[in-house]
Unconditional design. Structure first.
Length: 180
């Protein structure tokens, strides 16, 4: 019986991380060594909302929220994830975070979700962090553009072709592409 339960749990976890439905983009965290450069690229400020679409275990959101807390900024952070196991981890990590009142965890699909209710007003100070494959970048940005006209993008490792004329790059272990 014990073996059966353990097997079922392991099989469920493998399914959640390998299934195209639950994880259309595989889970790879941003490189910890690049964290300071990524935080710099996010350009944290008051009345800004930072959304990590496909937040993984929250490495970016929690580190950025710590920085905002230390600098006494009211920046709001939103971690959007589709994988229920990662959502559970995000909620657990949030409970122990000093800046938890400014962190929101959302279970949703970045390709379809409604971003407006998540963003602090005015919406023009929205920064979106993305670490997703190039062929998913444009699809995700198309969904955001349908809803919000002005926003900044920080893309880890992959440049955004449609924003090439606004591109600024910070070189790290992987490049960080900034579009304002
Ligand atoms: C490459 S990881 C990046 C994780 C995190 N942003 C970081 O930089 O460490 C991509 C994440 O996107 C999530 N994901 C994949 N498809 C998604 C979707 N349609 N909506 C929301 N999250 C998704 C995966 O579960 C995975 O955690």
């Amino acid at each position: 019986m014990g073996f059966f339960i353990t097997f079922t749990i392991i099989a469920a976890i493998i399914l959640l991380f390998s299934s195209k439905t639950f994880s259309p983009i595989p889970y790879f965290p941003s490189q910890p060594v690049d964290l300071p450069k990524i935080i710099r690229a996010l350009n944290l400020k008051n009345n800004q909302t930072v959304v990590d679409l496909g937040a993984g275990d929250g490495i970016i959101i929690f580190e950025a929220a710590k920085k905002a807390y230390q600098n006494k900024l009211n920046t709001q952070f939103v971690a959007v994830e589709i994988n229920p196991i990662l959502i559970l981890i995000l909620h657990l990590r949030r409970v122990f975070h000093p800046n938890k009142r400014n962190i929101i965890i959302v279970l949703d699909d970045m390709f379809k979700m409604d971003l407006n209710p998540l963003t602090r007003q005015p919406v023009n100070s929205l920064t979106v962090y993305l670490y997703i494959s190039p062929w998913h970048l444009e699809k995700t940005l198309k969904n955001i553009r349908r809803q919000i006209s002005k926003f900044s993008v920080v893309s880890y490792m992959y440049p955004v072709k449609s924003l090439k004329n606004k591109e600024r790059i910070i070189r790290g272990k992987n490049s960080i592409y900034i579009y304002k």
